[in-house]
Write a protein that binds this ligand. Structure first.
Ligand code: PEP
Ligand code: MN
Length: 262
């Protein structure tokens, strides 16, 4: 590992008004962009409750090919509108190298999902762009393998990598995944890369998200990514783990006090 250990990559940089390397990153929004109206409405609520980045999936990596696959490029137009209206940066996942060139015109950050954490052709292309990449760990990647994936992007010339712990597969099946907070502490110990946590996918259970968000801050997390929906029962994906906007707001306020004391 060469790049992830260097100070260089922890320089602060701005995405709209958000200062990476200084501000606590709070990404909120629906699993999927469902309509223009939905992402703008939820985007405004994310801003109202203190989030500083809006998320929304347009290319969805669904287990079943018969599940909702996302609105594709049309969804990104709607997400960009939500970003323009609120002034907040927006992030979306890209699954396929062929969509990258278009996607970067609409979003401020690109997410690499767990299922693509070791898609080296995609990682190499992400090394050539100059917007931040949120790189999730794979379903079963070791810390070393995860950092090697980060190195693909960093060594390609894109130094704006933000890691995101989203849970790993273990023998536990009460939770959707097992949030690996020791990996967060280890990454902070080993590297200078910013790392955030995703307790929504990490636990899959809305009642656990606040506690795991706050715990991850003590483990060293530089931010959180939380799925938020104002009508979770109608969500087209991951409704069972979506928090209501005001529940998201409660986590945002508690996070602020923890970040200031750690
Ligand atoms: C997501 O963020 O909606 C997502 C699909 O996440 P993951 O890749 O962590 O499963
Ligand atoms: Mn999701």
């Amino acid at each position: 590992l060469k790049y992830s250990l260097e100070k260089l990559h922890f320089n602060t940089y701005k995405i709209k008004e958000l200062k990476i390397g200084r501000d606590f990153i709070i990404i909120g929004g629906p699993c999927s962009i469902e309509s223009e109206e939905q992402i703008i409405r939820i985007g405004k609520l994310i801003k109202k409750y203190g989030g500083n980045v809006i998320r929304g999936g347009a290319f969805k990596p669904r287990t079943s090919p018969y599940s909702f696959q996302g609105l594709g490029m049309k969804g990104l137009e709607y997400l960009k509108e939500a970003g323009d209206i609120t002034g907040l940066p927006v992030i979306t996942e890209v699954l396929d190298v062929r969509d990258l060139e278009n996607a970067v015109k609409y979003v401020d950050m690109i997410q690499v999902g767990a299922r693509n954490a070791q898609c080296y052709s995609l990682l190499k292309e992400l090394g050539k762009i100059d917007i931040p990449v949120v790189l999730k760990n794979g379903l079963n990647t070791s810390i070393h393998e995860w950092l090697c994936s980060a190195e693909y992007i960093l060594s390609g010339g894109n130094h704006k990598v933000i890691l995101c712990e989203r849970g790993i597969r273990t023998s536990e099946n009460y939770t959707r995944n097992t949030m690996d907070l020791s990996a967060v502490a280890a990454i902070k110990y080993l590297t200078n890369l910013p790392i955030i946590t995703d307790p929504s996918h990490g636990t899959g259970k809305r009642e656990l998200i606040e506690k795991m968000s706050l715990s991850s801050i003590m483990a060293g997390s530089d931010g959180i990514m939380i799925e938020v929906h104002d009508y979770p029962e109608k969500a087209l994906s991951d409704g069972e783990q979506a928090l209501l906007p005001k529940e998201f707001g409660a986590i945002v306020s508690k996070s602020a006090s923890l970040v200031s004391v750690r």
